[in-house]
Design a protein around this ligand. Structure first.
Ligand code: 5GP
Ligand code: MG
Length: 458
């Protein structure tokens, strides 16, 4: 997963991008970068870690120009290396190119092989790099045609924000897997993965960049082209379940309200007699509100999150069992002790975190623990940009719900049904990709798809 942002026609382009990335931090905590162009030269500042740590007054001041693109990264293809930080920037004799990508191409290996045959030398293991090679090799004069040609060979998922000299470009693949929206601020256009980034800079939401659409923005004017054959929409449903921020609207609909509906549907499908409904914060909180409202049992916050847990802390691993889980979430004894709980969680991936949390809650003295999950069992890997583990590690791929319940030490465990999940959406069911739940992939599965293949090639 990743977050992308871009702005053009604004004197504070870099600063706005910094704020945009700050709002999109949840989409990737591994690295971040901003590239700007002032009409003469490009400037770039990138690093590993959080946006707030990477950029300072000095770096923002040096990022001159009225056009900027930015990226926060959560590695999907390509390993966690400094050279894999985006935006990907190339200063080429035919122009300056910067690319920020959210998604995953499903034909990267084939594209790389054919480009390498023609002499390309790849700098990174990121799939986004192929676009740069297509653009740099192209002999087409018209820049719009050049971009269209480069994107034509891509398959899979992409929401892209690109800079081609002084032109800002936004593009979404014809299936529309990942979100991308368009905003406006003081006459300048803004592109962002989610609307929460527009809100922070007080930009006005204009519309979604549509599936299969490319927008070219120059001098405060925007041109839209839809050069690709129409495909069935495949919006990532997991964006609503877990990934996006609840204060965002993605694909045109609000995430918070959708999560509440998921919770209400879950209560309808799998009610349970309990003393209180409590979420696993923060991601489970919104579905839990919907669940409690619908089931009419009292809602309580039964565990409190420590918001200051960084990526690294000294782990007294031998001393304290489940330390990583305990340091992040602490149950409130006086709320939980002796109670029958319905705990609501957005999703289970590997099952390991949830298991440790259940153990902590049990030790706190809960009488019964019923767990409710606001999506169906995740059984299949994602080829479109969500960093799920391999099938082997997905607990629901190998185990029945009953087995998972036993493994977690629960009194009962229920998942939301696929139909129930789709019914809870504020868009028609046919708009979504549900491959991770249903195993039905909207595109051909990649012939070769492996981080390891790319790594081995280096
Ligand atoms: P598990 O029990 O599967 O180990 O962890 C489940 C928890 O991981 C849930 O709280 C859920 O919100 C969270 N989660 C779901 N998907 C992702 C993801 O793609 N990345 C991260 N970091 N957490 C996730
Ligand atoms: Mg969570």
């Amino acid at each position: 997963m990743c977050g992308v942002f871009g702005v053009t026609g604004h004197k504070d382009a870099a600063r706005l991008t910094y704020l945009g990335l700050y709002a999109l931090q949840h989409r990737g905590e591994e690295s971040a970068g901003i590239v700007t162009y002032d009409g003469k030269r490009t400037r770039s500042h990138q690093g590993m870690g959080l946006v707030g740590d990477i950029f300072g007054e000095g770096s923002l001041r040096s990022l001159r120009g009225s056009i900027a693109v930015g990226h926060v990264r959560y590695s999907t293809t390509g390993s966690s290396l400094e050279r894999n930080v985006q935006p990907f920037l190339v200063n080429h004799k035919r122009g300056h190119i910067a690319i920020a990508h959210n998604g995953n191409f499903t034909n990267t290996i084939e594209l790389r092989e054919s480009l390498e045959e023609k002499g390309s030398i790849f700098q990174t293991t990121m799939d986004s790099e192929v676009i740069v090679h297509f653009l740099a090799q192209s002999k087409i004069k018209d820049y719009q045609q050049k971009v269209i040609e480069a994107l034509k060979s891509l398959e899979g998922a992409y929401s892209l924000v690109m800079m081609l000299d002084n032109v800002l470009i936004g593009a979404r693949d014809p299936h529309g897997f990942r979100p991308l929206c368009l905003g406006k601020l003081e006459g300048a256009y803004v592109l962002a993965s989610e609307t929460c980034a527009l809100d922070l800079i007080q930009a006005e939401y204009v519309r979604e960049v549509e599936p299969g659409e490319i927008v070219f923005i120059q001098n405060k004017t925007i041109e839209s082209i839809k050069p690709f054959p129409k495909r069935k929409h495949s919006f990532c449903i997991f964006e609503y379940i877990y990934f996006s921020r609840p204060d965002s609207n993605i694909f045109g609909k609000n995430v918070y309200l959708t999560r509440k509906r998921l919770g209400a549907q879950l209560a309808k499908e799998s009610p349970v007699e309990c003393d209180l409904v409590m979420p696993i914060p923060d991601s489970g909180s919104y579905a839990a509100i919907g669940f409690a409202e619908k089931s009419k049992f009292p809602f309580e916050i039964g565990m409190i999150r420590n918001h200051y847990v960084g990526r690294t802390f000294i782990q007294p691993s031998q001393l304290i069992r489940d330390f990583k889980v305990r340091v992040k979430l602490n149950p409130i004894k006086d709320v939980i002790k002796g109670k029958r709980l319905a705990i609501v969680e957005d999703s289970i991936v590997r099952g390991t975190t949830s298991r440790a949390r259940v153990r902590t809650i049990r030790q706190t003295g809960a009488k019964k623990i019923h767990m409710r999950i606001s999506c169906p069992p995740i059984k299949s890997p994602c080829f479109y940009g969500i960093d799920f583990p391999t099938k082997k590690e997905l607990i629901a791929a190998k185990h029945t719900v009953k087995e998972i319940k036993e493994f977690m030490g629960l009194d009962s465990l229920k998942y939301l049904s696929l139909e129930g999940m789709l019914k809870s959406m504020l868009l028609p069911a046919c708009e979504f990709c549900t491959a991770c739940f249903s195993g039905k992939y909207p595109t051909e599965k990649p012939k070769k798809f492996s981080k390891k293949i790319l790594e081995k090639k280096r």
